[in-house]
Design a protein around this ligand. Structure first.
Ligand code: V0V
Ligand code: CO
Length: 161
């Protein structure tokens, strides 16, 4: 893992980091995965959505109310054969931990600061995430091998601050 030294004028602190938001798990069979986490573990489905930009079907589950203090699990199944998620599943030969998402108050400034620190942020501008959020990603090569998502929730989202 290559770690880029933080410029001292930035203090090494990402602005507006609010905390862990969700863990993304890639699955081949979405309904089977929902059955496991909902019916066996007792998590609640708090949201479902197809994200055509990311080419994924997505289900958010939580053991709490799905709010900022509750844990959230995001199950992801590809909607297209040439999607990044399909590549991930093929490469791994099945599902697995796909990404870890942190909530930030401002995804543009967080992305800018990381970029200034030499970190590979994937998109020039944020894209559409779940429930009207705006998202960006840090390449796994800069994070110790885990794809990292930055998510800024929509102001009107009642589930998240
Ligand atoms: C690939 N690699 C990963 C990985 N995907 N490592 C850890 N976690 C992952 N998820 C590694 C792979 O093992 C290779 O390592 C290297 O990266 C290049 O592999 P690749 O198959 O050529 O992968 P790429 O470069 O085609 O794609 C990797 C990136 C891609 C990260 C660029 O997955 C991407 O654009 N992700 C952002 C979009 C996304 O993931 N959307 C789905 C979630 P070696 O072999 O070189 O060591 S959507 C979502 O979360 C939403 C909507 C939401 O929360 O609201
Ligand atoms: Co996500």
């Amino acid at each position: 893992m290559s770690m880029t030294p933080m410029p001292s004028d930035l203090g090494g602190v990402l602005p507006g980091l609010l905390g862990l938001d969700h863990v993304g798990v890639a699955v081949v069979d979405l309904e089977a995965a929902i059955a496991f986490y909902r019916d066996l573990l007792g998590l609640r489905v708090v949201h479902r959505e197809d994200n055509l930009d990311q080419q994924v079907a997505e289900v958010m589950l939580s053991s709490g109310d799905g709010g900022p203090d509750g844990d959230q699990l995001q199950l992801l199944m590809p909607l297209a054969e040439d999607s990044v998620l399909t590549r991930f599943l093929v490469r791994r030969g099945g599902g697995g931990l796909h990404h870890v998402a942190y909530a930030v108050s401002d995804v543009r400034s967080a992305s800018r600061v990381l970029r200034q620190c030499g970190v590979q942020v994937l998109y020039d501008a944020p894209r559409a995430g779940t429930r009207g959020s705006q998202i960006n990603f840090v390449h796994p090569k800069d994070t110790g091998g885990v794809l990292l998502e930055l998510v800024e929730h929509a102001a009107a989202d009642p589930h998240n601050g």
